[in-house]
Design a protein around this ligand. Structure first.
Ligand SMILES: NC(=O)c1ccc[n+]([C@@H]2O[C@H](COP(=O)([O-])OP(=O)(O)OC[C@H]3O[C@@H](n4cnc5c(N)ncnc54)[C@H](OP(=O)(O)O)[C@@H]3O)[C@@H](O)[C@H]2O)c1
Length: 339
């Protein structure tokens, strides 16, 4: 029998945690014991995994005894506080939060792009998974980078509310109902109404006028693609979509890449699915991306204002490839090659 690994999911009741459960089961990850950890609010609840009901336990510093892999998705503060306890207990942490992504000793991994970086897990026993908006753009960018250096990227995002967690999904649902019934919309998670609206504001603003989300896309992309010189400008927008982020990308390369060549490169790149049939109104949409792991890419065309520029559009499930699936693919590399 092949080796089994004891796995903990930290934040299992949250939007990403719930998807982790599904993805572990779907991909038949070699789980021995599965330990489900969350806040006190989830005590008394159970989750079904492969037909077995498992109690959710409160996360404490003693939660990680005998755990091999700890999958963290309970926010930055929990990762900073509890990853060290998991590591002391002997686990490797795969972290979905922003806690370790830019730590030079911590690998930041999207398996289709930089799987070899997993080997650096020994530095701190932590591997970081990028933000969802970065993950979905680095696959097509890597496909282009394989044939030409990328000079500059301009990206605008159209991000679903599930990117802000389960409570934001509830806020969009409730607000939509309130407004459709002629009642005022109340907002708690976002600074303004999100139903039937767009907010060019994701995370806090920083001194240069960008937001933390926009700056994360700059720094994380450079780290994953291994090129600190790429010039990147990002605008991150929250839209009233439940699941699935979309992005418009404008990319300038050193060598000319035609639209036809880009399409061929995307077609054969693992994890990408080209949907590009303008004559039949075929292009990536979040409703199609939701629930699947592939990153959909389309509207591939040459930039009319640049000699060596391309435009394209990507859509992906932020909870799956943007978080849970990516973390579990990292864990698959860990168990296949390193543990
Ligand atoms: N959503 C995405 O698309 C996405 C993509 C990539 C990365 N991420 C990252 O993944 C992490 C989780 O995001 P999410 O969207 O799943 O958020 P979420 O839906 O709010 O889930 C977070 C979970 O963590 C739990 N939690 C909070 N404090 C805790 C504590 N002290 N001990 C144990 N559990 C605690 C929460 O429980 P309570 O509700 O009881 O507080 C909740 O169940 C974040 O760091 C986020 O940045 C999210």
């Amino acid at each position: 029998m092949s080796k089994l690994f004891n796995v903990a999911i930290v934040g299992v009741a949250g939007a990403v945690g719930q998807e982790m459960l599904r993805v572990l089961e779907e991909r038949n990850f070699p789980v021995g014991e599965l330990r489900l950890l969350d806040s006190e609010r989830s005590v008394g609840k159970t989750e079904n995994f492969k037909g077995e009901e498992i109690d959710i336990q409160v996360l404490t510093k003693n939660s990680f005894n005998e755990i091999d892999i700890a999958l963290f998705s309970a926010g930055v503060e929990r990762s900073l506080e509890f990853c060290p306890h998991a590591i002391t207990a002997g686990a490797v942490c795969v972290d979905n939060s922003d806690a370790w992504r830019m730590d030079p000793e911590v690998p930041l991994v999207v398996p289709e792009v930089n799987s070899d970086d997993v080997s650096q897990y020994l530095n701190k026993k932590v591997i970081a998974s990028p933000g969802c908006s970065t993950t979905q753009m680095v696959l097509p960018l890597k496909a282009l980078q394989n044939v030409s250096r990328i000079k500059r990227i301009v990206v605008s995002t159209y991000q679903a509310v599930s990117g802000s967690g389960q409570s934001a999904v509830d806020e969009l649902r409730v607000q939509s109902g309130e407004l459709l019934n002629g009642r005022p919309a109340h907002n708690k998670i976002y600074p303004h109404q999100i139903a039937f609206n767009c907010l060019p504001h994701i995370d806090s603003f920083v001194d240069n006028g960008y937001t933390e989300e926009e700056m994360r896309m700059v720094h994380e992309t450079r780290k994953i693609l291994g090129d600190p010189e790429i010039r990147i400008s990002s605008t991150a927008v929250r839209v009233p979509v439940f699941y699935g982020h979309s992005e418009s990308l404008n990319v300038e390369t050193e060598e000319k890449i035609s639209a036809a060549q880009a399409k061929e490169l995307f077609d054969v790149f693992p994890g990408l699915q080209v949907i590009d049939g303008p004559d039949s109104s075929l292009y990536p949409m979040p409703v199609d991306a939701a629930g699947q792991d592939e990153i959909l890419v389309g509207r591939i065309r040459e930039d009319l204002s640049l000699d060596k520029g391309l435009n394209f559009w990507v859509a992906a499930d932020n909870l799956r490839k943007g978080a849970a699936t990516n973390a579990i693919q990292i864990s698959e590399l860990l168990v296949a090659k390193y543990l």
